[in-house]
Ligand binder design. Structure first.
Ligand code: IVH
Length: 673
């Protein structure tokens, strides 16, 4: 209990709210974190406890309301004050020229200026701000009436609960429209977690975003990482916009996030140029876009050209070629994962999809196959979403001939012949033989992967080659490899061999969380490994932890606890840990993130090879200071850390006058913090 007077409490509450929202804005809208998560949590806790004690100061626009209100019985409906229109689609340059001609005809103008923006693949929402406060948030629904998802939208940190006030007055009313979406990485994490809990997977990030937003319990929404881009307004009072450009430049001043790379185009050909550029960038974006929206810039012209059948004549969606295709399943084979899980994979008649030839698609598990009724010989619709491996969406039943065959899991592992089992409450079938060659290969590959030991250059291909040459049978063997042995492998040159050995050597210093993740314990993904590392801080303590201690951690349920216990109970795993430490693998313990005020918002870039840390460890450090990482050097870069054999980035840095740090200098900084 605090001994604050009412007035003091009110002041402190307001101060905390303002500061927390400021940090939310920096982190989610500007994407430049300003404080550590730890400090943020502390402020949030203090605010929560003050609001508990001084209930008279509770407010719907407090950042504490983002964590989720009480569940609802059902959604109320909301009528949009101005209908939310849909967009006509175009699939070719020709259709775009036709669109341009129509705009010119209806507006009686010879030149038309456009604004081109990404078409985000999420779901459209409307946020109603009255006197700067978010009062209602709704889905698009049928365009006239949507669902009231205010409580859920409030959990999205890039949505301001209160508009920021720039040098100008806050409008009496502002209806902001935009897209709620989920980043591809968060979509994968969500599906991974759902799979572990035996829940069904979301088909794509858009479904995941929609499913998360339409939760009756806002606490569930709060646990999903949703995001928001604003691109339009509905009714406004106290503010007027005369062009899309003005709108997109003004909204961020109120704290509303817009995409930074929209483009004003002098004519339709420039807009087509933007489409081509974005199509190239599409694969590298952290979220999905399915085309470009091209809009007449001038609002006066928009009024003149009007709309037709619920779509504006002044805008069009130029869609990217679909990442779906139809092909036939030749057969279904099984892939054995590191935990012994058997994943059915469809072998396809090769088909081109967004520029890549596809021959395999995952079928996830037997239940999915049964649910979708996928058979060998079927024509199927396949899709690739983001960086995901392609998957089979559905069979095309109308093309069946009767010769299709259903698929049933075999009783024996296709790799080692051992018995395949399915535990009573699980969807997966697995090979129980811990020495199954397929499992061993996967476990080595997993250990070497970027998020685990991060052994650069040790991908699928070399793991396979090392195992076939009997140089590696299990993870610790990696640390016994000699150069001569590597040189004996086909297509392994002197330089690659040395690089690989160096990378293996570097991986001997590993953080506990990466080590735990790398061991490949069932149900222990990246985030759980981090959690275990920060809870136990010591491998021995975790190995000896009794079930009660594991279960006392809120994120760990009986199934995960059981998996951890049985992993460390298994003599073969204990042996492996012993061998790793005998080979010189040293686990170091992570420091809690510590923000350095002088580095917050500064940009770092790396070049060349680092000797003491891996590139990704260095990046984690830099981010923990509150600084950012850029993949290339520009005038805006503040520091370039140059390791050995630095490349062209070094020249660029010198040209731009960017401060260059050697690895030693960089490490001295790190230690001094
Ligand atoms: S403008 C009348 N801009 O596309 C035009 N829409 O088919 C109002 N969308 O429901 C929409 N990105 O979900 C606009 N940059 C963007 C967009 C966008 C995605 C979606 C939105 C809308 C659908 C229209």
């Amino acid at each position: 209990m605090t001994s604050l007077s009412l007035k003091q409490a009110q002041q402190r509450i307001e101060q905390l709210r303002a500061e927390i929202e400021e940090h939310n804005y920096s982190y989610w809208v500007l994407q430049q974190p300003t404080i550590s998560d730890h400090l943020y949590d502390q402020m949030m806790r203090e605010l929560l406890s003050l609001e508990e004690q001084f209930t008279q100061f509770k407010s719907p626009s407090s950042p504490t309301q983002r964590v989720g209100a009480t569940p609802q019985e059902e959604f109320k409906t909301v009528r949009h004050s101005i209908p939310m229109l849909s967009l006509a689609n175009a699939f070719s340059d020709e259709e775009l020229h036709e669109f341009d001609a129509r705009v010119k005809k209806f507006s009686e103008r010879e030149t038309i200026e456009y604004v081109a923006e990404p078409k985000f693949d999420g779901l459209a929402v409307e946020l109603v701000y009255e006197k700067g406060l978010l009062v209602v948030g709704s889905t698009r629904g049928d365009g006239e009436v949507g669902e009231d998802v205010t409580h859920n939208l409030k959990t999205i940190k890039s949505i301001p609960l209160k508009l920021r006030s720039p040098g100008r007055a806050i409008p009496r009313k502002l209806e902001a429209r935009g897209e709620v979406y989920m980043e591809i990485a968060d979509f994968h994490k969500l599906n991974e977690a759902r799979e572990q809990k035996e829940e069904s997977r979301f088909a794509n990030p858009r479904n995941a975003a929609a499913g998360s937003l339409r939760q009756l319990d806002p606490k569930i929404t709060a646990g999903r990482r949703l995001n928001f881009f604003c691109y339009d307004v509905g009714k406004t009072d106290g503010i007027e916009f005369s062009s899309q450009e003005e709108l997109l430049k003004t909204l961020p001043q109120f704290g509303l996030r817009v995409h930074s790379q929209f483009r004003k185009c002098r004519n339709i050909d420039e807009a087509i140029g933007y489409y081509r550029e974005l199509q190239e960038k599409r694969e590298h974006l952290p979220y999905e876009i399915d085309g470009v929206v091209i809009k007449v810039n001038d609002f006066e012209i928009r009024r003149v050209v009007g709309e037709i059948s619920r779509s504006p004549r002044w805008a069009i969606a130029y869609k990217f070629p679909p990442r779906q295709a139809t092909t036939r399943i030749k057969k279904i084979v099984l892939q054995v994962g590191r935990t012994g899980k058997l994943t059915p994979v469809a072998v396809l008649e090769p088909v081109k999809l967004a520029g890549v030839t596809i021959q395999h698609a995952t079928l996830h598990n037997q239940d999915e196959i049964d649910k979708k009724d996928i058979r060998m010989g079927d024509f199927v619709l396949i899709q690739r979403a983001g960086d995901v491996i392609p998957e089979v969406v559905q069979p095309i039943v109308s093309r069946r001939t009767g010769d299709e065959r259903t698929f049933k899991m075999p009783e024996n592992c296709p790799e080692c012949g051992d018995k395949v089992v399915r535990l009573p409450d699980e969807v997966d079938f697995r090979c129980e033989n811990i020495s199954c060659p397929a499992r061993l290969k996967e476990s080595v590959r997993h250990y070497a992967s970027k998020s685990a030991a991060d052994i650069e250059g040790l991908g699928d291909k070399w793991v396979e080659a090392l195992m076939q040459a009997h140089l590696v049978g299990e993870i610790p063997d990696l640390y016994r490899l000699k150069k001569e042995q590597l040189l004996g492998l086909e297509r392994m040159g002197e330089k690659s061999a040395q690089n690989l050995l160096d990378a293996i050597e570097r991986s001997k210093r590993i953080s506990l969380s990466r080590y735990l993740y790398g061991l490949g314990i069932r149900h222990v993904g990246e985030s759980l490994a981090e959690l275990l590392a920060s809870h136990f801080r010591d491998l021995e303590k975790l190995i000896k932890a009794p079930e009660e201690e594991l279960l006392a951690i809120p994120e760990i349920g009986p199934k995960v606890a059981e998996s951890i216990l049985s992993f460390f109970h298994d003599e073969r795993n204990r042996q492996m840990i012993k061998k790793l430490s005998a080979a010189g693998v040293q686990i170091h313990h992570e420091q809690p993130a510590s923000v350095r005020p002088d580095l917050v918002g500064k940009t770092f870039s790396f070049t060349g090879t680092l000797k003491t840390l891996t590139r990704s460890e260095a990046e984690v450090l830099v981010k923990s200071f509150g600084a950012r990482i850029a993949s290339s050097v520009s005038r805006k870069t503040n520091y370039l850390v140059a390791g050995e054999e630095a490349g062209s980035k070094l020249e660029k840095a010198r040209e731009f006058g960017v401060k260059v740090l050697s690895e030693e200098e960089f490490l001295r900084w790190v230690r001094s913090s």
